[in-house]
Design a protein around this ligand. Structure first.
Ligand code: CTP
Length: 408
């Protein structure tokens, strides 16, 4: 039986040619046992008729804010209460912008504002619009707000060009929603398994001070580690997040203890302390491998000569955890590789005595630092290799946490 069987799914359609794929999306959801209702903008209904939508889902299409309602005078609230999740497909640049900024001026955006359950957003637009800075900024805002973005694909676009911006295929959208509900259904079991256990996570970059105003660092955004912390805490697990300097906002959660650090040596001390009573330790931080031998007090003056920095190796936190780890503790590392990815990751797994290692290759588009998506391969200590598709970092975090649960 599908995990969406008997689920109430609200589809929001905004104006874009990809709206022609929505009837197929409805068919697929209904075939899997879901109940479907539709809310559409008037532009959406230029591309797909209310009669088609109504016939397929067996419910009237909600399209006017001030229409005559049989059931409720505040239909957007009634609809929002009804749905177990909402899929916005296609999501135009306009609806993305409005939703990200709290604007509610039509039937779809008012319903979205009143909806406090999982929302899946399927962007669809021309490539230039998709890469427009405001659109990307709004998508990032929505990701940070917990909206699940089912990202656009590369492909042939209605404007005659080819590129990123094509709405994901209905089959894949349904698959993502099914994945979500199947994880969620096991969440209550996960809660039980993980209860009373503590997890330590390292995330973000470190800063190695040269003088009072300069430092050596890297591009890590901390997103992957923060997504892992969110995933664990959402399952009722207590998390110590040892976090290097990052600019993204950290969600508030009573189960989350953020320990801010700056340098590799501070991260080393805090992580080893926290890990002592943790059942799971995940090192997702991009720790500097070298640090200046001495920090200059004040601001170093410019000289005519070349400047040579004397850098010494930092301590490897993960390796030290591997030495100290008890038989019952699960230790997970990350590896960011550019060459011989799999072999190098396997070597790190062994050398650092890990239970598994999460490999991201910088060769994969959409994976690695500073982006909100990741494509990972997980290798466990029996050398079993699991490959995952490109996903939002929150979804990657779910995959990792589900795998950790298997190791208990
Ligand atoms: N790591 C750590 N402490 C360090 C360096 C790395 O805890 N001083 C952890 C990272 O958090 C990651 C794993 O070790 O989980 C691998 O990091 P990576 O930078 O890929 O590898 P290194 O061991 O630093 O080796 P190299 O840079 O040569 O690839």
């Amino acid at each position: 039986m599908s995990s969406i069987d008997k689920k109430k799914i609200l589809i929001g359609i905004s104006g874009g040619i990809a709206a022609y794929k929505v009837p197929l999306l409805i068919r697929l959801l209904i075939k899997k046992g879901a109940e479907v209702k539709v809310v559409a903008t008037s532009n959406a209904l230029e591309f797909v008729t209310p009669l088609t939508l109504q016939t397929l889902c067996g419910n009237k299409v909600y399209k006017d804010m001030f229409g005559e309602w049989e059931e409720s005078t505040t239909e957007h609230i009634a609809l929002a209460d009804w749905g177990d999740c909402m899929i916005v497909a296609p999501a135009s640049a306009d609806v993305i912008g409005k939703y990200a900024n709290g604007i509610a001026d039509n039937a779809l955006t008012t319903t979205l504002s009143a909806f406090n359950k999982p929302v899946f957003l399927c962007p669809a637009m021309n490539s230039t619009m998709y890469f427009n800075k405001a659109v990307q900024r709004n998508l990032n805002l929505l990701r940070q707000d917990g909206v699940r973005i089912i990202d656009s694909e590369e492909g042939f676009l209605a404007c005659g060009t080819s590129g990123k911006g094509r709405m994901e295929e209905p089959e894949i959208i349904v698959q993502r929603v099914e994945e979500f509900f199947s994880y969620n259904q096991t969440d209550s079991d996960n809660n039980l398994d993980f209860s009373a256990k503590k997890v330590t996570i390292t995330a973000g970059p470190t800063r190695e001070r040269i003088d009072d105003v300069r430092f050596i660092s890297n591009n890590s955004s901390g997103r992957m580690g923060i997504a892992l912390a969110e995933e664990f805490t959402s399952r009722g697990v207590y998390v110590d997040l040892v976090l290097g300097p990052v600019s993204i906002q950290i969600p508030n959660n009573k189960n989350l203890n953020v320990i801010n650090v700056e340098s590799a040596s501070e991260m080393y001390a805090e992580t080893l302390q926290s890990a002592k009573d943790s059942s799971v330790v995940v090192c997702a931080a991009a720790v500097a491998d070298y640090t200046p031998r001495e920090k200059y007090d004040g601001k170093m003056k410019k000289k005519e000569d070349n400047l040579h920095l004397d850098l010494v190796p930092t301590k490897d936190i993960l390796k030290e955890l591997g030495i100290r780890k008890s038989a019952s503790q699960i230790l997970v590392g990350f590896a960011l590789e550019t060459d011989n990815e799999l072999e190098n990751a396997k070597l790190k797994l062994k050398k650092k005595n890990l239970d598994f290692i999460v490999l991201n290759s910088l060769k994969d588009k959409g994976a690695g630092f500073e982006v909100s998506t990741n494509k990972v391969t997980i290798i466990d200590k029996s050398n079993k290799v699991r490959e995952f598709p490109l996903k939002d970092k929150r979804e990657v975090a779910k995959d990792i946490v589900n795998l950790i649960k298997e190791f208990f």
